[in-house]
Design a protein. Structure first.
Length: 312
């Protein structure tokens, strides 16, 4: 059996920017002295005249991106999630969100899988922050194929988009030849009748693996990939919840304000359902190897299996 291909979605981001850059002259890329880490240096090497290094000044970068958007350009402002969503929140809210400008935010190194960088850089709050900005689209792809498609969809969409990417190389689970991405439309990765596991980002693969383990114990889990947290695919969430009667959300993000909260908002209003939220609890995470941290915070397949089984 061949080894599963693994690619970090930040790599997908950098590579797709180059492809789009060749197709669209209005695309510009901004970075805040982190081009090597965010992988926008791939674009910089091909289009140096269309890459702007704003220095360690993320808030200023968002203002520059906003200005470029008013001139008809399509800027991709890039930095770590902690800085793009955290440090520059006011500028994203007031300079990009309020006038609903056509700016794309490429936020890499999100979640605990940043690893050894520790709590200051492990942003587990960005989805919550970006969800609260009116009109902001929030996308969190699960693998290389989906990330590439998401970047393309973000370019085509007219309005602000927050794209969340990771540092850790993760399995490629989608088929590039058959995969189709649509903003606001989730994907049923595995049908089931006993429980709905609704996941996003790297947790989609772990949830699929957990479903396989549950199947060995006679539990038929449905696995849904929600790549777009906002706008949420309410119809898919409701249909799955009504079918199984129990929902588990899984995310590499705080259980406060992220995917779990978005799902609960919908279900509490339209189809009250028991929900278990798996994610980072109300705490600051610690430094360590990425894979070990995912296990520590219960985001690995085996732990997900155990929690889902106990929930049922």
């Amino acid at each position: 059996m061949s080894e599963i291909k693994k690619i970090a979605t930040r790599e997908s981001y950098g590579n797709t920017l180059v492809e789009l850059g060749k197709e669209h002259e209005d695309l510009l890329v901004l970075d805040a002295d982190l081009a090597g880490a965010t992988k926008t240096n791939i674009f910089q090497k091909v289009f140096p005249e269309r890459h702007i290094d704003c220095g360690i000044a993320e808030a200023n970068m968002m203002g520059i991106a906003a200005g470029l958007a008013t001139c008809g350009k399509v800027p991709f402002a890039s930095s770590f999630a902690m800085f793009a969503a955290g440090r520059a929140y006011e500028q994203v809210r007031n300079s990009i969100g309020y006038p609903h400008l056509n700016v794309k935010i490429g936020a890499t190194h999100a979640g605990v899988s940043v690893g050894e960088d520790g709590a200051t850089h492990q942003c587990n709050e960005d989805i919550a922050l970006m969800r609260t900005i009116p009109g902001m689209v929030v996308i969190n792809p699960c693998d290389d194929v989906e990330a590439r498609a998401a970047v393309r969809a973000a370019y085509e969409y007219v309005g602000p988009v927050y794209l969340r990417f990771g540092r850790l190389a993760i399995p490629v689970i989608n088929d590039a030849d058959t995969y189709r991405f649509e903003i606001g439309k989730g994907i049923t990765m595995r049908s089931g009748t006993d429980v709905s596991i609704i996941a996003t980002g790297l947790c989609v693969n772990e949830s699929l693996e957990a479903a396989k383990l549950l199947a060995e114990e006679g539990i038929d889990a449905e696995v849904i990939n929600i790549h777009t947290i906002k706008p949420l695919d309410e119809a898919l969430v409701l249909a799955s919840a009504k079918k199984t009667g129990k929902v588990v959300t899984v995310e590499e993000h705080s259980v406060i304000g992220g995917l779990g909260s978005a799902v609960c908002d919908v279900l509490s209003e339209k189809a009250p359902t028991r929900v278990l939220k798996i994610g980072v609890q109300d705490e600051y995470t610690v430094s360590g190897p990425a894979v070990q941290l995912l296990k520590k915070y219960g985001l690995d397949a085996e732990t997900i299996r155990g929690r889902v089984k106990a929930f049922l």
